[in-house]
Each structure stands twice: as C-alpha cells, then as structure tokens.
Design a protein around this ligand. Structure first.
Ligand SMILES: Cc1ncc(C[n+]2csc(CCOP(=O)(O)OP(=O)(O)O)c2C)c(N)n1
Ligand SMILES: [Mg+2]
Length: 654
C-alpha cells in the first residue's frame, strides 16, 4: 500500500520548484530591464513621429519632443544650472576639473557667477558663508576624487554649524565606476556621514528632481550640507558620451553583439527623457514648529520669573524669520540676553539688553534660563554651567542637540523641538505687556562695566615687544564701520577680539562655529563680500590661521573682491603654546616666524601694510589707510606684530 505521506510531497515538489525558479528568473529579468531603463524607454517610445535615432528604442520626433536626440548638443550641466537659477542661486564656488566643466559653463551662461578659488576647501567655506548670510543654500562644485576629498573639512564644518550647503561633485562615468577610472573613489561612502542627503545621479533626466530634493533637504529640519554626485556621462552632451562609451569598432561574434547592445542601451537610458520639461523651482521645506501648548507652558514659566536670562545661539538666525523681526521680538521681550555664534550682533553695538561678560555668574543667579538655539556642549560646560535652581527652557530644531547632556549635568523644565525664531515671536506675543524689574538687567550691566574696565587696564599695559593686542583690538573696535562684516579665524588673537570687538548688526559676525576649524577666513570673507558688495569685510586672523588663507588673496585680486585682513602676528600658534609650554615643558611645533605677510600679499597683487612698534601711534591711521585701499578696490593685508599678554591665561583649548 502506498504511503500518501511519502508520495504527496514528491508529486508537488517539481511544479513548485519550477514555479519558484521561473518566478525568480522573471523577477531577475524584470529587475535587469528596470535597471537598464527598458521600461522607461518603452513608455517613451509612444512619442510618435518620425524616428531620428538609429536604434529602435531611441525615439525622437521632428517636433523636437525628443526622447534621445543623438544630434543634440545639450548637456546635463544645463539642467544643473537651470535648477540653481530657479532656486535663486547667484554664486557657485569651485576649483575646476574636467569632470564638472559642463555645469560651470552652463552656470556662467545663465548668469550665475562662477568664482574659482585656489583650494576646494575655500570654495565650500565660501558657500557656507553665503548660506549663513542669505538664508538660502550656498553652492560649491568640485571635481571628482581629490577635489572632493579636499572639501571634507569644510563640509564637516558646515554640518557642525548646521549650514545648508550644496556640494556638487564630479565622478567617473556611470559605466566606469569601480573599474579604475581617473580620480575614481567611493565618494558616496565618504560623504554619507557628513551630509544629510547624498545622491549619485545616474541619468540626465534625474538631475533636476535630485537637485530639488537636495536643496529642500539642506534647509529642512536641522539644516546642513548635502552632496550630489554627477558622473561625467550625465553632464556631457550625447555625442561626446557616445564617443567615449561605445567603441567605434564593435567586437565580432555573439559576445560582441551583447556588449554592444548593452552599451548602446546604457547610453539610451542615460539620455532618454533628458530634455523633457520638468519643474525646477524649490520644493516646500519641512521646518519643525513648537505647538501652541508648548509655547503656552513657556509663557507661564517666564511670566513668573524674577530674573530671566536669554541665551540666543546660531539657530535663532535661521530663516524663515528675518533677523530684524527677531531683533524686534527680543527687544519687546525685554529679557537680558547673551548672544553666541551667528546670533552675535543681533542687537547691534552697546544695546542695554545685551550682556557680554560674566555669563557663568549670570547663569547662576537667573531663575529662568531660555536656551534659544544654544546647546549644552563644551560652550556651556556640557550643561554644568547651569544652576540646578534655575528653570531651563530649551528650544532647538534638533532633538539630539536639544537634549545633549540633559539628565546628566542639567535638566530642562521645557524642551521644545522647533524653529527658534518662530518660537520667540510666539512667546513674545504670549507675554505681551510683561515687564521685569529693571534691577536685574542693571545688575548684569554693572558687572559688564566692571569687567570691561579690567580690559581697558590690560590694554594700557606695556608688553615686552611689539604691540599690545588688546590695545590694537580696542582701536579696531573704535574704527570699525557700521556696515562692516567681521570674519574671525585664529586662536588667542581672535578669541580676545570676541571680548573687545562688537559686530555692528545681525549676521555680521562669521566664525567657524563649534567645529573650531582654522582656515575658514578666506572662504568666509569671499562669500560675505559677494553677498554684500557695499559692506566692508574685516577679517581678523591669527598668523597661524592666516597661512591657510594667504593664497586666496590671489582669488581676491583676480575676482576683484576687496576685503581687509588684520593679521595678529605673534609668530606662533599661541593658543596651543600658552598651555603646552607650562604643562608639558616644550614649545615644539608651536613656533612660527614674524613673517612678512603683508609682503607676501603684495606678491599676490594685494596691498600690504605693516603695524609695529615703529608706527604704534598710528594704528588708527594705518587701519584707515587699509580701509581706503579697500574702497579703491584692492584686497588688503595689515600685518600687525603683537606681543604677549596674560589676557587668555587659563582658557582651555582642548
Ligand atoms: C584646522 C585646525 N588645525 C589645528 C587646530 C588647533 N588650533 C586651535 S587654535 C590654534 C592656534 C592658532 O594660532 P594662530 O592662528 O596664530 O592664533 P593665535 O592663537 O596665535 O592668536 C591651533 C593650532 C584647529 N583648531 N584647526
Ligand atoms: Mg599666532
């Protein structure tokens, strides 16, 4: 007797095996066809009209509604430029390479100013400055491989500073990737940890939607850099790509025919639908907002405060709220405030609500602290600077930043994830008519005055050699015009300036941000001057930091970008040596020379001036001379020989 339990599976096995095999095969075939773009091409075959292309799938009509027009000289670079223009991009920063030439030429044609720098990192720093100052996306384009690796520091800096930068990178052609092409590396893996959006465009028709998505991602949520890789074959015209991709002499035999079919199909897929009209303008942004209930709870906490304190950080200056609206809201609120990062200068110079010194002491005394875009990282001693007795309200677009070190060193009463400036406007609306006893702000101002008196005393003290940096910076503060932008790049000299020199308005102070990157100066200055050609751009450099930027005076000269650099030349990496010597007993690697940076700049075609003991009574005159030369259209370097003071003793640099 047959045992059904044994025979039944054997009967069903082969049909199911066949079914699975055929299904897998079909799925693989469909997948391959999809990858080769056969479906897309088939759909576009229905375009009608006389075929111009020599291949059946390459369909083109006389009316010009072409799918693959082999004769067209158009190229993907034009699509890139069209999207940038539709997003209001006015500048693109670059260091050229054959991989990206088409997009640069197309940008030039559309009136987007192409500014070529002497190092790719400068191009991205400049894009970062444009992003910060205009509230839009700053754009840089660099070539494949080393061009891109050279940008890494600036991209990371933009990520930490939450600056929306679009980095466009060249790449080997789609077919030659991972086959040993020139400058070809795995660029996506390099930028994925640095950027909030990374994409490699594989077909010309994908350029526009990919760039629109990248632009929106850069500005949405927590802003940051985005990366779009553009292989050469999506940027060059059809006939050039065909020449490179399809060998003139096709191999004989079946294998040859298969290869030839494959290559031609890849080419068709690259270009099919390339010039079909597509929307190019901005996509809607996704910006988190505080809920009315959260705002109401914060209103209640603040309304009961006796000694409230506001700390505004960089995020407060992000769009969509314009800086002057935020400034008005902060003034109406009437709470004394400290301004950090991009919020520096929000209230202009010497505003009665702006407290500048003794932040730690003020935080200890405050009963309610509003951290509006300020983060509990090293700048607030990881939250340890906050008092356990104070009620803390924190608002930030980024949840991780908002809760950084919370429940370890500090505890928020209200943590609100949302746009900072929009929240501030709603908060002020909710607190209408609320007043705080003037004694609190006056107490803080008095502490400021006392601290600033000690600065004046230190500035008047003689130094062993050269000029007292505090005195120089005091005179800079007195000379700095109202329409100026300050760019700062260096160690002790610029950290001292942060105490003594006040930015004249909102978005008029540019520093690297929490990444603390030396070398941002030239790029930031370039971006700032292009955004505000009528403003004066004053850059404060340490001599060490200036080394990164010096060569860009060539860029400033070629592109007629008259900015002024004040180099605090103490012949060393002082911020480091100040601690290294006493703690570890050696000045190794910290020494520089009193280099003639003004002469080096003159060699690059800029103007150079020297300030030293010889002309110490004429500091202001030399600054004014530099200013005048800038107004006459020249970039200027003032090399200021400075001596040592104890002003920064005790401040940490790790
Ligand atoms: C790219 C980079 N390299 C190194 C450092 C470490 N670092 C911080 S401050 C500093 C010294 C800066 O020297 P300088 O620009 O001359 O300013 P000074 O302190 O002498 O005023 C250094 C090397 C850094 N922050 N960034
Ligand atoms: Mg120095």
């Amino acid at each position: 007797m047959e045992n059904p339990a044994v025979t039944a599976p054997a009967e069903g096995f082969f049909p199911s095996f066949l079914l699975v095999t055929c299904g897998t095969l079909l799925a693989a075939l469909l997948g391959a066809a999809h990858r080769l773009g056969l479906f897309y091409q088939l759909m576009h075959k229905a375009c009608g009209g006389r075929q111009l292309a020599s291949w059946p799938w390459a369909c083109s009509t006389v009316s010009g509604k072409d799918q693959v027009d082999e004769t067209s000289v158009r190229h993907g670079g034009e699509n890139v430029a069209a999207v940038l223009r539709a997003h209001g991009v006015r500048f693109i920063f670059t260091l050229v390479g054959g991989h990206i030439s088409p997009l640069l030429v197309a940008c030039e044609k559309l009136g987007i100013r192409v500014v070529d720098t002497r190092h790719e990192v400068t191009a991205v720093f400049a894009a970062d400055a444009v992003a910060r100052l205009t509230g839009t996306v700053g754009v840089a384009a660099v070539t494949a491989g080393p061009g891109l690796t050279n940008t890494v520091t600036a991209v990371k800096n933009a990520q930490v500073a939450q600056s929306p930068v679009l980095l466009l990178g060249g790449a080997a052609s789609t077919l030659l990737q991972k086959r040993g092409a020139l400058q070809a590396i795995d660029q996506m893996s390099l930028f994925r940890p640095l950027c909030k959006f990374c994409a490699s465009v594989r077909r010309v028709r994908d350029i526009i939607p990919t760039l629109r998505a990248a632009m929106a991602a850069a500005q949405s949520g927590t802003p940051g850099p985005v990366f779009v890789e553009l292989p050469v074959d999506v940027l060059y015209p059809y006939y050039m790509v065909q020449k490179e991709m399809v060998p003139a002499k096709l191999p004989k035999g079946l294998m040859g025919r298969v290869i030839s079919w494959y290559l031609k199909n890849c080419l068709a897929n690259l270009f099919v639908g390339a010039w079909e009209p597509q929307p190019e303008g901005p996509l809607p942004l996704d910006i988190p907002q505080a809920s009315p209930q959260q705002v109401q709870r914060c209103v209640e906490i603040l309304s009961r405060a006796k000694k409230p304190l506001l700390l505004l950080g960089s995020q407060a200056l992000l769009p969509p709220v314009p800086a002057d609206k935020l400034r008005a809201a902060v003034e109406t609120l009437g709470v004394p405030c400290f301004l950090g990062g991009m919020a520096r200068g929000l209230l202009g110079r010497n505003h009665p609500l702006h407290i500048r010194q003794n932040r730690g002491a003020a935080l200890k005394k405050a009963d309610v602290v509003l951290l509006a875009g300020a983060v509990c990282d090293f700048r607030l001693s990881y939250g340890r600077i906050l008092s356990h007795k104070s009620k803390i309200i924190i608002i930030n677009r980024n949840r991780d930043d908002m809760l950084l070190n919370s429940d370890i060193f500090w505890k928020p009463q209200e943590a609100v994830q949302g746009d900072v400036a929009s929240f501030m406007l709603k908060l002020v609306e909710g607190l209408q008519g609320q007043m705080w006893a003037p004694e609190w702000a006056e107490e803080l101002r008095e502490a400021d005055r006392q601290k600033e008196q000690t600065f004046r005393e230190k500035a008047a003290m003689p130094v062993a050699q050269h000029l007292n940096p505090l005195r120089v910076l005091q005179l800079v503060e007195e000379t700095l015009p109202d329409n100026s932008f300050l760019v700062v790049d260096g160690g002790d000299f610029v950290a001292t300036a942060a105490y003594l020199v006040q930015p004249r308005g909102p978005l008029r102070w540019l520093d690297p941000g929490a990444f603390g990157t030396l070398g941002v100066g030239a790029g930031f200055a370039l971006g700032a001057k292009l955004c505000q050609p009528d403003a004066e751009v004053w850059c404060l450099f340490g001599d060490g930091a200036f080394g990164y930027s010096l060569i860009e005076f060539d860029t400033f000269v070629r592109h007629k970008i008259p900015v002024m650099a004040l180099v605090g030349n103490d012949a060393g990496w002082t911020q480091i040596s100040r601690e290294q010597v006493p703690r570890l007993g050696s000045n190794v690697a910290c020494g520089l020379a009193y280099t003639d940076y003004h002469k080096a700049a003159m060699g690059l075609g800029a103007q150079g001036l020297l300030l030293s003991r010889e002309n110490e009574d004429h500091v202001v005159k030399v600054l004014r001379d530099g200013q005048q030369q800038c107004r006459d259209g020249h970039p200027v370097v003032i090399n200021i020989l400075i001596g040592r003071t104890d002003f920064r003793d005790g401040s940490i640099s790790v």
